[in-house]
Design a protein around this ligand. Structure first.
Ligand code: GLN
Length: 486
């Protein structure tokens, strides 16, 4: 049985269980299950056990414990941690030890959570399947022949398989929601600015946001309450007060206006996904929500727009890996230029090189206006469509992905097919919205399907309470992959 962070922390706080026992069990599950799944790039057994015994001693001294006391968690390996290495799934950072720790890791630790490992990802978070990791591909706990989704596939698989009760990922164009939907867990991408990105290795800085993978909406609310809020070290993190996401879970669904846009239900959507998503929307209506038809005319340009903007930003962010400042340096370079070229040539994988070339091209003089500037204009139009829609609706409901988890290798040689799978998720990043993926059923093969709910900026409370209410009437989030039950 998977245990929620909510229940685990309560039993540690009340002394029913010791943090040391909880963490030891999590580490045992990790060593028992991860060889089949490959969700983790590294584990931190010693520091995790030390942190657990510090929690137990604090309790014995009568100190007040944090809201995540003793809860085993994992973070995607593009979040810097003071202990261990931070690889970003790349050869170029294979042995990189970060000199500082991400704000969100500080927050988790301050709340009593215990970091037991760093999870696998597509190299620098570029991909939708973790097949672009320089090290290995994470497998889907529901069917190990299928991908776990990406790029936060390791974090999603780790939660789905019950190795941790919660995990963090990053979402630049869907990388939290997509693996959440493929693995049957909740995935929340907060609004841009809601969570500090300090210590998150940058991919597309105007799109990146740290997100949460959890077994249910209540755990996602609990984790968001811990990591959200302003941080002076990230000037894009906003000062908006952080609401108590857990208490607002009880908001009723009655009267909630759900926008439905045909743009999310068009060509290419698998029949099982369509049927299941529509059934989930019907369930919400049955509980008192009302649906409203909306139109998002520019959404169809989202994929093209996103891949220009994100690649342009990536090409500039990744310029820092030059063989001098960070990570891998080529052996015996001929001259300074060769240090740069060979270190980057050896250190980056094919997809990262493709994005750097695409981005550099879009930013180069003569093409800047035609591609980058045009993409920024389209981005504005996409945002305007959403602004208009949210004048009449509270949330928008859609599928997360056109398909369920695909077979490992099926799309690996076809980048365009992989990019098109992001169609439903990436506009949330382009428009700076918040969005969540909630388990809502299974396809014929027994693979999970996620319902996406999108909200206007800073409407996380509405998303979480809608998801929580939905979970009061359904049990998809309680289903566990065969590997957990075994
Ligand atoms: N799949 C998208 C990409 O490859 C999104 C990745 C992400 O959200 N990090 O860029």
């Amino acid at each position: 049985m998977r245990e929620t962070a909510w229940d685990l922390s309560a039993s540690v706080r009340t002394g029913k269980r010791s943090a040391v026992d909880v963490v030891r069990e999590a580490l045992d599950r990790l060593s028992g299950r991860d060889p089949r799944l490959k969700a983790f790039i590294s584990s931190l057994p010693e520091t995790a056990m030390q942190a657990a015994s510090r929690i137990d001693s604090a309790r014995q001294r009568g100190e007040r414990l944090g809201p995540l006391a003793g809860v085993p968690v994992a973070v995607k390996d593009n979040l810097c941690a003071a202990k261990g290495i931070t690889t970003c799934g790349s050869r170029i950072l294979e042995n990189y030890r970060a000199p500082y720790q991400a704000h969100v890791v500080d927050r988790l630790e301050a709340a009593g959570a215990i970091l037991i490992g760093k999870t696998n990802l597509d190299e620098f978070a570029m991909g939708s399947s973790t097949e672009n990791s320089a090290f290995f591909t994470t497998r889907n706990p529901w069917d190990t022949r299928s991908v776990a989704g990406g790029s936060s596939g390791g974090s999603a698989a780790a939660v789905a398989a019950g190795m941790v009760s919660g995990a963090l990922g990053s979402d630049t164009g869907g990388s939290v929601r997509l693996p959440a939907s493929f693995c049957g867990v909740v995935g929340l991408k907060p609004t841009y600015g809601r969570v500090s990105r300090f210590g998150l290795v940058a991919f597309g800085s105007s799109l990146d946001q740290i997100g949460i993978l959890a077994t249910d909406a209540r755990d996602a609310a609990l984790l968001l309450s811990v990591i959200a809020g302003h941080d002076a070290r990230d000037s894009t993190s906003v000062c908006e007060p952080v609401p108590d996401y857990v208490t607002s879970l009880d908001r009723p669904l009655k009267g909630l206006r759900i926008g439905i846009s045909e743009e999310y239900f068009g060509e290419g959507l698998a029949e099982d996904v369509r049927r299941t998503t529509e059934a989930a929307i019907k369930e919400l209506e049955k509980q008192g929500a009302v649906t409203v038809s909306i139109h998002l005319p520019h959404m169809k340009y989202g994929v093209a727009c996103y891949y220009i903007v994100s690649s342009a930003e990536a090409s500039s962010n990744l310029a820092r890996y030059d063989g001098v400042h960070f990570g891998h340096r080529a052996a015996k370079p001929k001259d300074a230029m060769d240090v740069y070229c060979s270190s980057r040539g050896e250190g980056f994988g094919a997809e990262v090189k493709r994005r750097i070339m695409l981005g550099t091209y879009a930013l180069s003089s003569g093409y800047y206006d035609a591609y980058y500037l045009k993409a920024l204009q389209v981005r504005r139009l996409i945002k305007r469509d959403f602004d208009r829609a949210f004048e009449t609706v509270d949330v928008i409901a859609s599928p997360v992905s056109p398909t369920t988890a695909f077979a490992i290798g099926e799309k690996a040689g076809d980048p365009l097919a992989m990019y098109l799978g992001d169609l439903y998720t990436l506009s949330a990043n382009l428009a700076g919205l918040c969005a969540i993926s909630v388990p809502c059923g299974f396809d014929r093969a027994g693979l999970p399907i996620g319902l996406q709910l999108l909200g206007p900026p800073f409407a996380e409370e509405t998303l979480l309470s809608t998801a929580h209410q939905y979970q009061q009437f359904t049990d998809f989030h309680l289903q566990e992959p065969p590997l957990v039950a075994a």
